[in-house]
Design a protein around this ligand. Structure first.
Ligand code: NAP
Length: 241
């Protein structure tokens, strides 16, 4: 059984990734930061379907937390095949509104967190492994209302490309850039904002977490054996580049 760590797996996209991967036969480390009850719920769902996993609390902005999680998962279950750097926060503020603390926190969770996961896992990876970063369309488009978030997500892609070069030929490293996906992260959209967004998307709807999870599974699997250093858009055509 292949071992995979999914950060931010208690809710939203990470939750869907963890459940989908468990259904595909991976043993999943379900990481969370605060919501232990919902993380336990994810684990219950995985086990109810005959899958395997374990929950691990770790704030990805802390290297010590991440290193502890990775070490414990390795010591319990052996070498790690896959990493999914998904945990993220979105602080909706432009540069005038954004405090230095908001900026730092966003970079620490979204960018440092992805780096910490790979750095802490390197000596525990299987010889052949696969890493997936969850970036965002805002890495390409920029955003007038979220200066730190788009910077952190563009940084993630820079990290992904460098790691794809450095860790080849044994480890493949790729990213997914989701568009608008139906999770708590967009829970502040009112009915009118939601409708407007749906209108703007060529496929005329907001995406589901499962639609991202399926692409993660593809990037982890042998089906993507000749893909590394790539970013796959899962955005309903919202931004075609
Ligand atoms: P979400 O529903 O808000 O869930 C965020 C997840 O990240 C939760 O499991 C949360 O854990 C975890 N998390 C937050 N801070 C953490 C930390 N410091 N350490 C460890 N885990 C932490 O968000 P989502 O929409 O699923 O987003 C998942 C990823 O997709 C993020 O990287 C986001 O930027 C990206 N993305 C989302 C969208 C979208 O439209 N939803 C679009 C593009 C990209 P707790 O439950 O413990 O707080």
């Amino acid at each position: 059984m292949k071992n995979v760590i999914v950060t931010g797996a208690s809710r939203g996209i990470g939750r869907a990734i963890a459940i989908y991967l468990a259904g595909k036969g991976y043993r999943v480390a379900v990481n969370y930061a605060n919501n232990e009850e919902v993380a336990k719920e994810v684990l219950r769902k995985i086990r109810a379907c005959g899958g395997e996993g374990e929950i691990y609390r770790a704030d990805v902005s802390s290297y010590e937390d991440v290193a502890k999680m990775v070490r414990e998962f390795y010591e319990a279950y052996g070498p790690i095949y896959g990493l999914v750097a998904n945990a993220g926060i979105y602080i909706r503020k432009n540069i005038r509104e954004m405090s230095i603390e908001d900026w730092k926190r966003t970079i620490q969770v979204n960018l440092d967190g992805a780096f910490h996961l790979v750095k802490a896992s390197l000596s525990y990876l299987e010889k052949k492994a696969s890493i997936v970063f969850i970036s965002s369309q805002l890495a390409f488009r920029g955003s007038p209302s979220s200066v730190a978030y788009s910077a952190s997500k563009a940084g993630t892609l820079g990290l992904m490309r460098s790691l794809a070069l450095q860790l080849s030929p044994h480890v493949r490293v790729n990213a997914i850039a989701p568009g608008t996906i139906d999770t708590d992260m967009i829970a502040n959209y009112n009915e009118e904002q939601r409708k407007r967004r749906e209108e703007e998307i060529p496929l005329k709807r907001i995406g589901t977490p499962e639609e991202v999870a399926k692409v993660v599974a593809f990037l982890l699997s042998e089906d993507s054996s000749y893909i590394t250093g790539a970013t796959i858009d899962v955005n309903g055509g919202f931004y075609i580049r």
